[in-house]
Design a protein around this ligand. Structure first.
Ligand SMILES: NC(=O)c1ccc[n+]([C@@H]2O[C@H](COP(=O)([O-])OP(=O)(O)OC[C@H]3O[C@@H](n4cnc5c(N)ncnc54)[C@H](O)[C@@H]3O)[C@@H](O)[C@H]2O)c1
Length: 251
């Protein structure tokens, strides 16, 4: 542990921890003293977990059975949960007209249903503990629209409102629930979208240039915000959408 112990004594679960924002958050949470269980559909998460002395559970967040298995294993390892960071997500580029039913279900299944399933699985133990912090990764594109990401923007808008409803239902039980809204961030997700063809590369860089800072965010910059929401420093923050988007949605 090389941080300031901002998460010491906290037991945290992070989904989508094999890569990008989730991986950077896992590294920061570990440095700040959290005990961790990491989950991802990608087995590469196991090597991140090994490095951080954490447990890895392979889990598809769109499957209720997988998520229930994750909760059972995490609670067995950690003895409870103080922080849940539901971060796993995918993006499929497609317009309202061109989106197939399969792609719609896949994106909504991971990005929205996955968040709900994860919250549902961990809430009982958080309630039994007397509270906790739930963070779900939405997007700046859950606050504003954009062409050609129909299912993604619908799912991310849903995540923001799901966190508000969760905050309303369980605020008096000590549960805080917040959405983290990254703007364009340079991760394997953006890399994959960029490398599919040259047109995408231009479009993505245009999105980054639309930010007031004129650049992509770094996963570590999102991890800092996820640390704030996980720690007691955000003890009066609930039902919020914390926008970390380089100013994309400000103008
Ligand atoms: N990168 C950006 O520009 C950006 C912007 C706004 C929001 N986000 C959101 O941030 C989150 C993290 O994205 P990232 O950019 O770090 O991408 P990433 O692809 O680097 O990481 C996402 C991780 O989620 C995992 N995952 C995907 N589907 C899963 C499933 N069904 N079950 C379990 N794990 C699954 C992937 O294997 C991967 O490890 C996502 O929710 C994404 O929508 C990203």
């Amino acid at each position: 542990m090389s941080g300031q112990g901002r998460l010491s004594h906290k037991r945290a679960i992070i989904t989508g921890a094999a890569s990008g924002i989730g991986e950077a958050s896992a590294r920061l949470y570990a440095a700040e003293g959290a005990s961790l269980v990491l989950a991802d559909i990608d087995p590469k998460g196991a090597s991140v977990a090994r490095e951080l002395d954490a447990e890895f559970v392979r889990c598809d967040v769109s499957s209720a059975a997988d998520v229930e298995r994750l909760a059972a294993k995490a609670l067995e390892r950690l003895g409870g949960a103080d922080v849940l960071f539901a971060n796993a997500g995918i993006a499929v580029e497609s317009s309202v007209l061109a989106t197939t039913e399969d792609d719609w279900q896949r994106v909504l299944g991971t990005d929205l249903t996955g968040v709900w399933l994860t919250c549902r699985a961990f809430l009982p133990s958080m309630l039994a503990n007397g509270g906790g912090s739930i963070i779900a990764t939405a997007s700046q594109l859950g606050l504003v629209g954009i062409a050609n990401l129909a299912a993604y923007t619908a799912a991310k808008g849903g995540v923001i409102n799901l966190m508000r409803s969760l905050a309303a239902e369980h605020g008096r039980d000590g549960i805080r629930a917040n959405a983290l809204c990254p703007g364009p961030t340079w991760t394997p997700l953006t890399e994959r979208l960029t490398h599919r063809d040259g047109a995408n590369e231009d479009a993505l860089h245009t999105v980054a240039e639309r930010t007031l800072l004129g650049r992509f965010g770094r996963p570590e910059e999102l991890a800092s915000a996820a640390l704030f929401l996980a720690s007691d420093e955000s003890s009066y923050v609930t039902g919020s959408a914390l926008v970390v988007d380089g100013g994309y949605t400000a103008v």
